[in-house]
Ligand binder design. Structure first.
Ligand code: DWN
Length: 397
């Protein structure tokens, strides 16, 4: 049974950065209610009503996975690690974005799946076979027509975006070779609870995974988790290593350890999520109070990183350009546009945060280390960051 524990109010599609905020554009903006549920049977946390993926993954998809140095390094390192450990003859990536993982592979030894046409074109131009399609049963059948099976299927920040996990995992089972491995990484529910990072819930994050939930789901498709890594990327992610149920792989010590940690943390209990929802309400109150106080003092506050995550915060907390003057972002195709729902102007990042800015809210809090390094001048002249994780606080030099 699915039980609702969190209501993040009316939200826009996070990828819908607006070119202009004329009346027509604003009138046409799509909103839906963002509520989050806990499945008491398999322990999966999901949105109560996912948005139609065709509205989300268009040929105007904005996010570029290679935008941060941290992620470039992380993808090149995992690509090497997987090739060394599993020695795959043939691999596949599901959700290849701009090719940041793919380009660490020989073009003949990997294929990609990417439904956003503008992104699929990038990797096609690089010479990688890319299916510009959603991962589902019909694509798996099409790919299987060439009679080849895959030794490694990798996916980062994509499986949690797919509403129908049963079809997803069944299709992966069919496509994997008998001893093949399916490795996927996504934001971790244990970290969301610990960091109070409720901004991990938005239209694209249809599910936020825990090991106990994933183990239950994979079992239904004849798959099992045999290893797991806890990652610091995206504010706390898990990388699951799965294989066919009857394969040679046995669950590692890390799997057993994390399972018992999750039970201790109460990831299998509805009450844990109810308590989290109370912390989220308090976080909203504290953030609004702080921003209003700074405004009253005449301080200039902006936001750093036009993240999809921050759309949840701004819309849930009703924060617009009255409290946050503009957002800085290094992604070219976000610049000059307006954030979804609250319509705050996105400006290009410069060498350093402009001198007249007193505070920068960290929309991209998951890159704090990288941003701190880049913005040392800002911090040295007395500029401060604001973060909401794990609670509202000011970060100074
Ligand atoms: O799963 C998803 C994650 C991986 O990426 C997607 N559904 C959509 C997207 O979510 P996000 O926008 O919350 O992701 P990021 O990677 O936290 O976004 C960081 C943003 O900040 C990018 O637009 C780039 C920008 N940035 C910047 O302007 N200066 C980032 C860094 C590190 C910087 O120095």
């Amino acid at each position: 049974m699915k039980k609702k524990f969190l209501n993040l109010l009316n939200q826009p599609i996070t990828n819908s950065y607006l070119k202009s905020i004329d009346k027509k554009n604003i009138k046409n903006e799509y909103f839906y209610n963002l509520s989050v549920t806990f499945n008491t049977k398999n322990f999966l946390v999901s949105l109560s009503k996912p948005v139609d993926p065709k509205k989300q993954y268009t040929d105007k998809y904005a996010h570029r996975a290679s935008q941060s140095l941290t992620m470039q390094k992380a993808f090149s390192s995992v690509a090497k690690k997987l090739q060394n450990r599993f020695k795959p003859k043939l691999s596949m990536e599901i959700g290849s974005n701009d090719g940041v993982f793919l380009k660490n592979f020989d073009k003949k030894k990997i294929v990609a799946v990417e439904p956003c046409l503008n992104l699929a074109r990038i990797t096609q131009k690089l010479g990688y076979k890319t299916y510009p399609k959603f991962w589902n049963k019909s694509l798996a059948n099409k790919i299987l027509k060439n009679k080849k099976k895959y030794d490694l299927i990798y996916s980062a920040n994509t499986i949690s975006h797919i509403p129908n996990l049963k079809e997803t995992f069944d299709s992966i089972y069919k496509t994997l070779s008998d001893e093949g491995v399916f490795v996927f990484e996504d934001p971790y529910m244990g970290s969301v609870l610990k960091m109070n990072s409720y901004d991990q819930f938005y239209d694209e994050h249809v599910h936020v995974f825990s090991l106990i939930a994933i183990s239950n789901l994979l079992k239904e498709s004849n798959l099992k988790v045999f290893d797991v890594d806890l990652l610091s990327t995206h504010g706390g992610s898990t990388r699951f290593y799965a294989s066919k149920f009857n394969s040679k792989y046995k669950p590692s010590k890390k799997v057993k350890k994390l399972k018992s940690r999750e039970i201790k943390q109460g990831l299998d209990k509805f009450l844990t999520y109810k308590k989290f929802a109370i912390r989220v309400k308090n976080s909203k109150k504290d953030l609004i109070n702080l921003l209003k106080k700074l405004k009253a003092k005449g301080k200039k506050v902006i936001s750093y990183g036009a993240t999809y995550k921050s759309a949840t915060i701004f819309n849930y907390c009703n924060i617009g350009s009255d409290l946050i003057e503009y957002v800085l972002d290094s992604t070219k195709n976000k610049q000059g546009k307006y954030t979804p729902g609250k319509h705050i102007l996105i400006k290009p990042s410069q060498d350093s945060i402009p001198k007249d800015v007193d505070y920068a809210f960290l929309g991209a809090w998951n890159f704090l280390k990288e941003i701190k390094k880049k913005e040392i001048k800002f911090l040295k002249r007395g500029g401060k960051f604001i973060t909401h994780v794990p609670k509202i606080k000011i970060i100074s030099f």
